[in-house]
Design a protein around this ligand. Structure first.
Ligand code: KIV
Length: 274
């Protein structure tokens, strides 16, 4: 829970408020952001959770996986977002290589994020295999959000972005990992690309909020990558994605018009000149 807001008129979303939303059956909205300008719009629109996702590696830097983004780069993105987000809970992804395998390094990474960005919480991918890191970060007083199902930082192990946990063994393991993360003290978990019925089972089994991306309608909230849902990025169109705008076309048309106006000497006109 955090109270980071200089504006006392704004009732900030906290981890406690998310829990209360789950308890009264109010769905939680969550969206990614990576810069000040877009984060301002998203926060002012009333988003509950803003995630500075390591999907920045894809949509901001053009990498094919999330693996290359560094802790320093995540901190840079998050600092811009922090200046804009006044109301939403702001969660920052711990990037690949900053917490796996070494819990001491994990807590140092999480502390850097909290100190240098003013984030409200961090998100980490995995279950039992990152238990020690999760425990250590939580013991430092840093709220942790888990991430199970399709965990993109492990894409090289999976070898595919296909739906996860379709068989009984993997589904059971996911439920156990979700229970473990709750028992350790995580305030919520993202469930990515799993069958809707499994999402339902996990959401009904756990008391903490479960936020889905391709996890069906029965979980406690939904998260999408901003560039995908706004139609900026056209290359990615999985079944779970709903596009709310076609900004690719809107921006391209505007840019083309600007080029035409410059070439034809229509811009700038007299009113636009000093
Ligand atoms: O990095 C990200 O954008 C994420 C979402 C897909 C949940 O982790």
């Amino acid at each position: 829970m955090s109270t980071y807001s200089e504006d006392t008129r704004i009732r900030k979303v906290t981890t406690q408020r998310l829990l209360e939303m789950k308890q009264r059956g109010e769905k939680i909205s969550m969206l990614t952001a990576y810069d000040y300008s877009m984060a301002s719009i998203i926060d002012q629109a009333g988003m509950d959770v803003v995630l500075v996702g390591d999907s920045a590696a894809n949509v901001m830097a053009g990498h094919t996986t999330t693996l290359p983004v560094t802790l320093d780069q995540m901190i840079w993105y998050a600092q811009g977002v922090r200046k804009a987000v006044k109301r939403a809970l702001m969660v920052v992804d711990l990037p690949f290589g900053s917490y796996q395998g070494n819990s001491k390094e994990a807590v140092c990474s999480a502390i850097r994020i909290m100190k240098e960005t003013g984030a409200d919480a961090v998100k980490m991918e995995g279950g039992a295999e990152i238990r020690e890191s999760v425990e250590r970060i939580l013991s430092a007083g840093i709220p942790v959000m888990g991430h199970l199902g399709l965990t993109p930082q492990s894409i090289n192990k999976f070898g595919t972005y296909a739906v996860r946990a379709q068989d009984e063994v993997e589904a059971q393991k996911l439920v156990e990992n979700a229970k473990l993360l709750e028992a350790l003290g995580c305030f919520g978990i993202v469930l990515e690309k799993i069958p809707a019925q499994l999402g339902k089972t996990v959401a009904e089994t756990l008391s903490i909020p479960l936020i889905g991306i391709g996890a069906g309608p029965y979980v406690d909230g939904q998260v999408l990558v901003m560039h995908d849902m706004l139609g900026i990025n056209r290359e990615f169109s999985p079944r779970f994605l709903r596009r709310y705008a076609d900004l690719h076309a809107t921006i391209k048309d505007a840019v083309k018009q600007y080029i035409r106006d410059v070439k034809s000497r229509d811009f700038p006109n007299e009113k636009e000149s000093y």
